[in-house]
Design a protein around this ligand. Structure first.
Ligand SMILES: Cc1cc2nc3c(=O)[nH]c(=O)nc-3n(C[C@H](O)[C@H](O)[C@H](O)COP(=O)(O)OP(=O)(O)OC[C@H]3O[C@@H](n4cnc5c(N)ncnc54)[C@H](O)[C@@H]3O)c2cc1C
Length: 427
């Protein structure tokens, strides 16, 4: 076998993966379609372009993004190294000068003797090559078709319509468990509204501030899966006959709530719940303000806010192992947002692990998996073991890590020790 790894996409994940493969002495063929073909959100020809915010989220260890960054640093992440070199003041967050950041990463890869850069659209996957697909949320059409041919049409999605996720332990005690008409087990957590609470919530929801959708995102047919605020704007009864329908959800004392929000378990360890039918385009600030008006969520902590945007991703629980190798073919790996992680640093983190395993494949060595006690390991475990029937992208959060320990500093210490040991033994 020709000892090279083909990497498609020089975004956050692909640039990180290229660096990681090259530093292990293996040749990389890095395909990037810009500048000849630009993904619609990108504006430059640079690698690792930050398409929107210039923040890589919190540096604080009690924040999941802070732990993830520390884990990445201990795995010698190029993205982290360059981010700290290009840091601009932003309180507890790690924000960067986006142009300097992308330029530095582009330079490092261009100067690397192991990295051959090909500015071309990569259209067809060749399963004879060890290949990491890191083409991101705006993967080109031809490549999407090639992926579909290999993984299957049904396992490939073009947009993301995710409801907010809350930490179970932060849900208030007005909640009661029940399935509609008592069919099935007491699987849902129900949050009952009085008439007054419902209208207070409804009146805020219909005037709340929304994220301005980009032109290409408006093409999405939302009719089958409308944002909650759009359902509300069609009249309050649309909510009462839709996501807040109270029938069949009488409380234990026989009381009939005016409306009920239902929360469904979202991870196997039972720490995260999604608000059913609450996919939304509201800004995160407005989601916090308005969804906290739902009885029982007044002190809730949100692990992820709802989103609805163009996002190409595969149904990883059906197609991928947590090693990031596809179930269909050992030579084909995925990294970045296309795997169903959400966010800049999450994407880059998967690039490290895909690279390590691509090198293992080339060298004929044993494939490695990260311990679930680490933030990266927990995210990768979610990719393999998330619910394939309702799979939605996930960002780093302490819920997905699912530790029985309450103290975040202690969880972080365990994670960082685990990643250090893992790295010494496997990376
Ligand atoms: C509009 C938008 C805004 C976002 N804002 C944020 C944010 O503010 N914060 C955040 O944390 N996350 C954000 N995300 C989510 C996500 O973190 C980013 O999309 C991130 O860039 C994903 O990294 P990636 O490496 O997977 O993909 P990308 O960074 O998009 O990299 C993929 C690369 O592959 C190239 N490519 C695609 N197809 C081909 C092909 N066939 N051949 C060759 N090259 C190809 C693209 O040109 C691109 O350079 C946003 C996503 C979108 C779509």
């Amino acid at each position: 076998m020709d000892k090279k790894v083909v990497i498609v996409g020089a975004g956050l994940a692909g640039a990180e993966a290229a660096y990681q493969v090259a530093k292990r002495g293996i040749n990389v063929k890095l395909y990037e379609m810009r500048p000849s073909k630009k993904a619609i959100a990108h504006h430059t020809d640079l690698f690792a372009e930050l398409v929107c915010s210039n923040s890589l989220k919190s540096k604080a260890i009690d924040n999941a993004a802070g732990l993830l960054k520390k884990e990445m640093t201990s795995l010698d992440s190029l993205i982290m190294k360059m981010a700290y070199e290009c840091e601009v003041p932003a309180g507890q967050a790690l924000a960067v000068d986006r142009e300097a950041f992308a330029k530095k990463i582009t330079d490092v890869l261009k100067k690397n003797e192991f990295v051959e850069i090909i500015h071309e659209e990569f259209k067809e996957i060749n399963l004879n090559d060890v290949t990491i697909i890191a083409s991101g949320p705006l993967t080109s059409d031809d490549l999407s078709n090639s992926i579909k041919k290999i993984l299957g049409e049904d396992y490939f999605y073009f947009y993301d319509a995710a409801s907010p996720l809350v930490y179970k332990e932060t849900i208030g005690n007005v909640a009661y468990k029940k399935s509609r008409y008592n069919k099935g087990g007491d699987d849902y957590i129900n949050l009952p509204f009085t008439r007054e609470q419902f209208f207070a919530f409804y009146n805020e929801l219909i005037v709340a501030e929304k994220v301005e959708l980009k032109k290409f995102e408006k093409m999405i047919n939302f009719e089958a899966c409308l944002p909650i605020e759009e359902i509300a704007r069609r009249g309050y009864k649309t909510l009462l006959f839709g996501p807040l329908k109270p029938v069949g959800l009488e409380m234990g004392n026989g009381n009939k709530p005016f409306a009920v929000a239902q929360l469904r378990q979202d991870n196997q360890s039972d720490t995260l719940y999604n608000i059913v039918g609450f996919q939304t385009n509201l800004t995160f600030k407005e989601q916090k303000r308005i969804f906290s008006m739902i009885p029982g969520l007044d002190s809730a902590k949100f692990a992820r806010y709802g989103v609805m945007h163009r996002n190409t991703f595969i149904n990883s629980p059906k197609c991928l192992y947590s090693s990031l190798i596809t179930k269909k073919n050992q030579n084909l790996l995925f990294a970045g947002q296309i795997t169903g992680v959400e966010g800049y640093i999450e994407s880059a983190a998967t690039g490290i692990i895909a690279a390590i395993n691509a090198v293992k494949i080339i060298e004929g060595k044993k494939i490695v998996k990260l311990p679930k006690t680490t933030m990266i390991g927990a995210l990768l475990d979610y990719l393999e073991n998330g619910n394939p029937y309702n799979f939605q992208p996930m960002n780093a959060n302490y819920g997905v890590l699912a530790s029985p320990i309450k103290d975040k500093q202690e969880i972080a210490n365990i994670a960082l020790n685990a990643i250090k040991k893992w790295s010494e033994e496997n990376a």
